[in-house]
Design a protein around this ligand. Structure first.
Ligand code: GAR
Length: 215
């Protein structure tokens, strides 16, 4: 299961995924990490794991479409089985999404379809929800709203702030994202319309995060 990971910043999800690969929990290789930000901490993490990392500068291209055409070409050279968005904070063009449809996944720090877009944790705090969490989904042209592969539920305490909720959710992100990549690598994931079926996963049972098995 070879993947390419796209990032824009801190790269803590990249780190969790790279660790799962290096511990042999997922077979295959992270072939390339691409960042649209030169200073992204995630590029340093890639180096630490001996993974090729590249900054591709959006300002060197005429517009979003041109940038994405270049990106698709660069990614395809690596011939990955899956393209993984891990905190990649740039809207994707339709061309990019069509190029990898069914082979493109994202993680979002809310229980989608709630709180799409930026600052999902702050949106959850401001709304006053009692539970939030994170979602790994296939990417479609609807922003943060593709078919859900897995969700982890995180209770929101009265005293939670944007920062504390972000941290609590992140701890689950670091478990569910490697888990999903492992499932896909084991060919256990099938899409049927909006339903994603993971063969053998224990959905719909208590406790609140039943689908986590290995991480
Ligand atoms: C994560 O919380 C991820 O869910 C979020 O950005 C953060 C990246 O952190 N992604 C989105 O909001 C996408 N809409 P990381 O760089 O430490 O992995």
């Amino acid at each position: 299961m070879d993947i390419v990971v796209l990032i824009s910043g801190r790269g803590s999800n990249l780190q969790a995924i790279a660790r799962a690969y290096s511990e042999g929990k997922i077979k295959g290789k992270i072939k390339l990490v691409i960042s649209n930000k030169e200073k992204a901490k995630g590029l340093k993490i890639a180096r630490e794991f001996g993974i090729k990392g590249e900054f591709i500068d959006p300002s060197a291209f005429k517009n979003r479409e041109e940038y994405d055409i270049h990106l698709v070409e660069r990614i395809k050279k690596e011939n990955p089985d899956l393209v993984v968005l891990a905190g990649y904070m740039r809207i994707l063009s339709d061309y990019f999404i069509e190029s990898f449809e069914g082979k493109l996944v994202n993680i979002h720090p809310s229980l989608t379809p709630a709180f799409k877009g930026l600052k999902a944790q702050k949106q959850a705090i401001d709304y006053g929800v009692k539970f939030s969490g994170c979602t790994v989904h296939f990417v479609t042209k609807d922003l943060d709203a593709g078919p859900v592969i897995v969700q982890a539920v995180v209770p929101v305490a009265l005293e939670d702030t944007e920062e504390s909720l972000t941290e609590k959710i992140l701890a689950y992100e670091h478990r569910v994202y490697p888990q999903v990549i492992k499932w896909i690598s084991e060919k256990r994931v099938r899409i049927s319309g909006r339903q994603v079926i993971v063969e053998g996963a224990r959905y719909g049972t208590l406790p609140v995060n039943p689908a986590l098995e290995d991480f």
